[in-house]
Unconditional design. Structure first.
Length: 257
């Protein structure tokens, strides 16, 4: 991996996606270890619970989001926080045999459940991608922004790995704007989904994962802050598209050299 970075000078202070959630880990120093452990221990159940959570519409939505972000046949894709490969699978179907998909994730347990022929899987973190400079046409991150430790170096790495003119897509669940929307989503995500997880999961930690999942959504930085950090990293054409009031698609472009 080359050492060069984008020309934007970043402030030194850490930009966390949310404050430490001490119900789950003692302090920020324990955050990365907790995230890796909870995903490793629940990996065998993840796809099943995700399908319940999304009422089976996840593959269709992810494919539509990738196409809205202008992913095309023949592209080289880097999927950060690839997990069990849910976004990578749809990307592979779009880029076809002339394209390529590489997935990066800190959880070997999650990647062991991907079962994706033709996708290269690498262990790594968003803040230090194991990829060369200017090596990918399209970079995606699906619902993993809330789990990284520092947004600024992650976005700087995204910029570094993309080719000039390359496209970025970050998928996230963001808080509804209305009080009733928040109440409904919180009830569904923090009570209903963890309860269902207890009955259909094979791992004791699965219901805990989905409670944590909601708490990171509730605590996460505002969409406007995400977009500001992307611009700070050097990206242009930064936009946000929202489905059903909660599914945010952040897109951006690395400028041409």
């Amino acid at each position: 991996m080359n050492a060069s970075t984008n020309p934007t000078t970043h402030p030194a202070e850490t930009l966390r996606p949310h404050a430490p959630l001490t119900e789950y880990y003692e302090n920020q120093d324990k955050h990365r270890a907790f995230v890796q452990q909870i995903f490793d221990s629940t990996a065998v159940d993840y796809d099943r619970i995700e399908s319940i959570l999304a009422f089976g519409t996840g593959p269709w939505y992810r494919r539509q989001a990738l196409m809205r972000a202008n992913l095309r046949a023949g592209a080289q894709v880097l999927d950060v926080g690839t997990g069990t490969g849910l976004v990578a699978r749809e990307a592979l179907g779009i880029v076809g045999p002339t394209g390529s998909v590489v997935g990066v994730d800190p959880s070997p347990g999650m990647m062991s459940q991907a079962h994706l022929t033709g996708v290269e899987l690498l262990t790594g973190f968003a803040e230090a991608l194991p990829r060369p400079d200017n090596s990918t046409d399209f970079l995606s991150m699906g619902y993993a922004l809330r789990h990284i430790s520092d947004v600024r170096p992650a976005f700087s790495e995204f910029y570094r790995a993309l080719k000039p003119g390359g496209r970025l897509l970050i998928l996230e669940i963001t808080r509804p704007k209305t009080r009733w929307g928040m109440l409904l989503l919180k009830t569904y995500m923090r009570l209903f989904v963890p309860t269902i997880a207890r009955f259909v999961s094979r791992g004791a930690s699965t219901s805990l994962l989905w409670r944590y999942y909601w708490d990171t959504i509730e605590a996460c930085m505002a969409p406007e802050a995400v977009m500001a950090a992307l611009r700070e990293a050097g990206f242009t054409d930064v936009k946000r598209y929202v489905e059903l009031g909660i599914f945010s698609e952040f897109t951006a472009t690395k400028p041409q050299a």
